[in-house]
Design a protein around this ligand. Sequence first.
Ligand code: C2E
Ligand code: MG
Ligand code: MG
Length: 608
Amino acid sequence: MALADDLNARRLARAISAREQAENLLEQKSLELYHQAEERQRVLDALRESEERYRLIVELSPDAILIEVNGEIVFTNPSARLIFRETHHLSLIGRSLASLIRRAQTETDALRLMINPESETEEVAIRLDGSAFDVSVYRISLTYQGQPAIQMVARDISIRKKLEYQLSFQATHDPLTGMNNRSALLERLSDAISYAHRSSLPVWVAFIDLDRFKFINDHYGHRIGDQVLTEISSRLRSVLRSNDALGRFGGDEFIVVLRGGPEVDMSSETLERIMQAVAEPMKIDGHAMRVNCSVGVAVYPQDGDTPQQLLEMADAAMYRAKQSGRNRCQFFNHEIQAQLQERARIDSELNGALQRDEFLLKYQPQIDLRSGAVTGAEALLRWQHPELGLLPPERFIYMAEESAHINEIGAWVLNTATAQCAAWHKSGLGNLRVAVNLSARQLNGQPLIRLVEQALSRSGLPPSCLELELTESLMMSNIELTLETLQILHAMGVQIAIDDFGTGYSNFAYLRKLPISCLKIDRQFINDLSEPGARDTSIITQTLITLAHNLHLRVVAEGVETENQLGLLHQQGCDEIQGFIYSQALSPDDFRKAMQAHDPTRWQRKID
Ligand code: C2E
Ligand code: MG
Ligand code: MG
């Protein structure tokens, strides 16, 4: 009995435990199910939330978002409808994405797309009304409602593109004429050279510089000067072919790049057409005028093979065209090449020449035709170059003028010449006057006045024995400053002479206003006096002398070489002469000897 009880009790206990286990399992399972249901709800919520967020992003996106399935647009967001100008009658739905884009990929875009088909590209899109605009486009593949689809996101970048275009236009074009500027032209030239290299064709680079344009600017003002430049630029455009390039290099300098071709005859006729077009008379703001130009040409491949080289050579050729009388065209040649090399050498060696004591002054006597006496001398600068020998000013002065060297050199000339003249005074050679040439850069107001004061006080030379020679163009370049400076110098007692008269504007109205005491007739006129048809020139010199005398100016004839010239100038009442007929420019020592041997009666003017 006890055994049976015990057995029953154990069975019961096992049954209870099994039930308990079953209950636990059940509880556990139902808990799991509960958690799963909860998790599913959370996932569903999150999905709904994310869908809502996605929908919002898509709906509110400023970018156009379009989805295409099987070649037809099935979804568009409001921006897409707005940007592509959808209307009641014109809908995006049903069209293809391709019909909205005009492929305008750049090479880099195409390359980028090959490497990564989902990258962003800049293209031109077409609105439903047919108008085009710039977009940046991004395409991805996705599944839309269970189907393979393409989503295109397009952003309107037309404002940015326009700005970019404006900036690049400004960076590559001259604002006044709308032509290529320097950097763009260099690029065009370099393209032309590469093309010519591949096809063995020539390229001509023409450097065009307007003659005496500065006069137009000074005389009529910058506004009219600008209009002249614009007019010239449109004339140049009209005579060139479409594959020639044209650019403005600054100021009154234009560059034309002429490209050879199988059908194109490269001849000087094109250049003549250019020069003729420039020289046609024009009327600007009621002013009738005519502008000529000087042209220098360098040819690829014989003259050079880089844009810089060709431009430098065309520039050198243009400079030669100016030197040989302007209004002409000059091709680059070996002589110019040698000149260019010398120019570079002189330019680099000019620096330090003063410290190395390589400059010297020669003095060319001036003779009074009335008394036959030597009245003074013009100080003329020379550079004793260690290898090139004794150089006249033409070989280096313009380079010194382009740099600041001219100020130091000019100061040295003034100090040396005044000291020399004072020394002649002391040694009893008479009350001689010394004439010193000034450069444009030296005519700078106070610094020049101080320089002159110092030179006079250091040397002890009386101010009336110093004459400063200026050219007309130099005075006209800044008439107010000139007038003010010259008035102060004049008040100090210094004399002012106009050099090379007749080669510039020859404006007697200005002469009246400026405190000038002497007019030097340019050598050119004196030279022409010996020519067969000298009658006209002789009328000119006579008129100049008479007009100058009316203004109480002393007249000096420069470059007198022959007895014939001397006789005519005698007759015409010229006051003084300076020229090889009497003497070249002399060293101080030779000048002293010439003075001691001088016979005034040989030069005395016979007064009726
Ligand atoms: P310029 O002031 O008109 O000087 C007269 C030039 O004519 C001098 O040339 C002189 O040697 C030359 N000449 C004089 N008589 C005759 C003649 O009978 N026949 C010929 N064929 N020539 C004659 P140079 O010395 O070569 O000077 C040339 C120019 O250089 C000068 O012209 C002047 O503008 C400039 N220059 C000379 N010295 C200086 C200077 O110290 N400073 C500056 N800034 N310029 C200077
Ligand atoms: Mg002179
Ligand atoms: Mg002169």
